[in-house]
Design a protein around this ligand. Structure first.
Ligand code: PBG
Length: 331
């Protein structure tokens, strides 16, 4: 064998940490991360979510503090979820100007409104006593068009309270168009819409339903959320949302749908977000707690994979921790 064989030696560029850093194709930055946060009405102390270590249902005060820390860490945005003290059939607290999300948005807007992008999840499941994402008919079905009217009202309330971005997550047909029209009508043409366009009926939302107290009391979400078997359908949903005026689109969950993230990234010219959901978070936390994998490495790998698949924006419950370690690494 000649001394110069093989000619191509990809290992040359993997030799040292400095070389590997130089040739890295994909990087994470704090500004691309969005932290989902929960705020609950009427509690005296923050409530730890047992299936999500380090995640809390916040009080108004603890939310302000935690949001400030996220801004300090350079995190790009916050996605806010509200849990009202009282739930009912139509989710009246969702668009009440004094409802918990609106109150919290006003707090955050006055504290840090310019330092971080304030996003509000726009859905009814946290606000309804039946836990469904919309208005339920006497037959127990989610009524698409009646729900759109509720979403339109919620969008106006969230925008008025200071949300820079509203993020409809209910997977109703026509939701982006209804919300865009309502925002424009209500004098909020500047408020943007991040559409949860390709949202799957996923088992990986399990821990979230404890965090947001939004588990359906009967039935499931498979008549509106997408079947995990389908990917072409995601493109259809994304293109419909862009036609209806979405400014950004999302794929959710992220880890099990990286093919969908890539296809959406290649198909559109708007920012693409991916949501690393509660179950993705809980799996790594639980395995790490058992000593079965290296927690930090698994977190970083899970996030770089989402980035490599093409996500511009990543929603992750690890946003602050990861942003801080990125800041420290760049110091
Ligand atoms: C609906 C909503 C859900 C999540 C975000 N928005 C739950 C669902 O659709 O059942 C899940 C997020 C997560 O699991 O981290 N408002």
């Amino acid at each position: 064998m000649s001394a110069s064989f093989p000619v191509a030696r990809p290992r040359r560029l993997r030799r040292t940490p400095a070389l590997r850093r130089l040739v890295a194709e994909t990087r994470l930055a704090p500004a691309d991360l969005v932290l989902p946060m929960f705020v609950k009405e009427g509690i005296g102390e923050p409530n730890p979510v047992s299936s999500m270590p380090g995640v809390y249902q916040h009080t108004r005060d603890s939310l302000r503090k935690a949001a400030h820390e996220a801004a300090e860490a350079g995190v790009g945005g916050i996605m806010l979820f509200g849990i009202p003290a009282v739930k009912d059939g139509t989710g009246v607290a969702a668009d009440d100007p004094d409802g918990i999300v609106q109150v919290a948005l006003r707090d955050l807007h006055s504290d840090i409104g310019d330092a971080i992008v304030l996003m509000a999840d726009l859905c009814l499941c946290e606000y309804t006593d039946h836990g469904h994402c919309g208005i339920v008919t006497p037959a127990g079905e989610v009524d698409n068009d009646a729900t759109l009217e509720r979403y339109a009202a919620i969008a106006g309330a969230q925008a008025a309270a200071g949300a820079a971005v509203v993020a409809p997550s209910g997977m109703m047909d026509g939701q982006v168009g209804a919300i865009r029209a309502a925002l424009d009508r209500a004098g909020h043409p500047e408020t943007s819409v991040l559409a949860y366009s390709a949202k799957y009926a996923s088992a990986f939302y399990g821990p979230f339903r404890e965090a947001a107290e939004g588990a359906p009391q009967f039935g499931d979400r498979s008549t509106h959320q997408q079947d995990p078997a389908n990917a072409d359908e995601s493109l259809r949903e994304v293109l419909l949302d862009l036609d209806e005026g979405a400014d950004m689109v999302m794929v959710k969950p992220a880890g099990a749908y990286l093919d969908v993230v890539r296809r959406v990234r290649d198909a559109v010219d708007v920012p693409v977000a991916a949501y690393q959901v509660s179950g993705e978070f809980a799996m790594i936390e639980a395995a790490a707690e058992k000593g079965w994998l290296d927690r930090e490495r698994a977190i970083n790998e899970s996030l770089i994979a989402i980035r490599r698949a093409g996500a511009d924006i990543i929603l992750t419950y690890w946003a602050v921790e990861v942003a801080r370690s990125l800041q420290a690494a760049n110091r």
